[in-house]
Design a protein around this ligand. Structure first.
Ligand SMILES: Cc1cc2nc3c(=O)[nH]c(=O)nc-3n(C[C@H](O)[C@H](O)[C@H](O)COP(=O)(O)O)c2cc1C
Length: 236
């Protein structure tokens, strides 16, 4: 059987893909360069913020950041992500209490010497005021698999890659609209499933406090790697 026939036979009984014209906006080359520079400079200005103001943030802004994240490409377009957006002060306090208890154990018992050395330049500790100060806490869950109607597991593809891209778009959207966030990974995060009533096929991956930075917010003075350290053009 030739290649074409083998492919056709395997896909014969499956619904045919439906195509539509691509809506694409192109720009003159000079404008492309300017847009590329502007976007780079905007991304370069983004910083992880650990000191938040308690100033309220409209729900619509959070909704738009999640909608932006939801445009991420994903393996087989299964969009294996779920967001829980929290502005309840009581719920944020509970998350902070549990997180601080676990983080204290992480910082004092679970961390290897190497991990401690890598973190020292950031000056972080187990105290997580950002969880209660920031008006919103958004938790991103990955769907490791989903459940079919007959209760069997349905496989998801490239979940970590897809959710990572989704998180990147969320962070960029928050930055672009003039807010700040912290990519937080409380360790361990399992308690968030029970607390937020999420099903067992989901795992919390990132916790994002979102809000305005406080007037006195500071960030660690760190540098990003130069391009020549992270890019190889062709075969070197
Ligand atoms: C997957 C991931 C997990 C992170 N976890 C934490 C965390 O638990 N606590 C924290 O304070 N920062 C955390 N960060 C933030 C990083 O420390 C921060 O992105 C890095 O220091 C670079 O700083 P910048 O984002 O301001 O460029 C995390 C970042 C990523 C991408």
């Amino acid at each position: 059987m030739n290649k074409e026939n083998k492919y056709r036979e395997l896909f014969a009984d499956l619904p045919e893909a439906v195509y539509e014209p691509l809506q694409f906006t192109g720009y003159p080359e000079e404008e492309m360069l300017q847009r590329a520079r502007d976007w780079y400079e905007e991304c370069e200005r983004r910083r992880t913020t650990r000191h938040f103001s308690t100033k309220p943030v409209a729900k619509e802004l959070i909704e738009l950041a999640i909608a932006t994240a939801n445009t991420a490409p994903s393996g087989a377009h299964l969009q294996p992500w779920k967001f829980v957006a929290i502005d309840s002060p009581a719920l944020k306090q509970t998350i902070r209490d549990v997180t601080e208890e676990e983080e204290y154990k992480t910082y004092t018992e679970r961390m290897t010497d190497e991990w401690r050395q890598d973190l020292a330049k950031l000056g972080t500790d187990w105290v997580k005021t950002h969880i209660t100060d920031a008006p919103w806490v958004v938790v991103l869950f990955k769907e490791r698999y989903s459940l079919k109607e007959d209760g069997k597991k349905k496989k998801h593809y490239y979940v970590d890659e897809s959710v990572g891209i989704c998180a990147g778009l969320f962070i960029s959207a928050i930055h672009h609209m003039g807010l700040s966030t912290l990519t937080h990974t409380p360790n361990p995060m399992g308690f968030l499933n029970e607390l937020l009533k999420r099903p067992p096929n989901e795992s919390a991956v990132l916790l994002f406090p979102v809000g305005y930075p406080s007037d006195t917010a500071q960030v660690p003075k760190i540098a990003r790697k130069p391009l020549e350290d992270i890019v190889q053009w062709n075969d070197g």
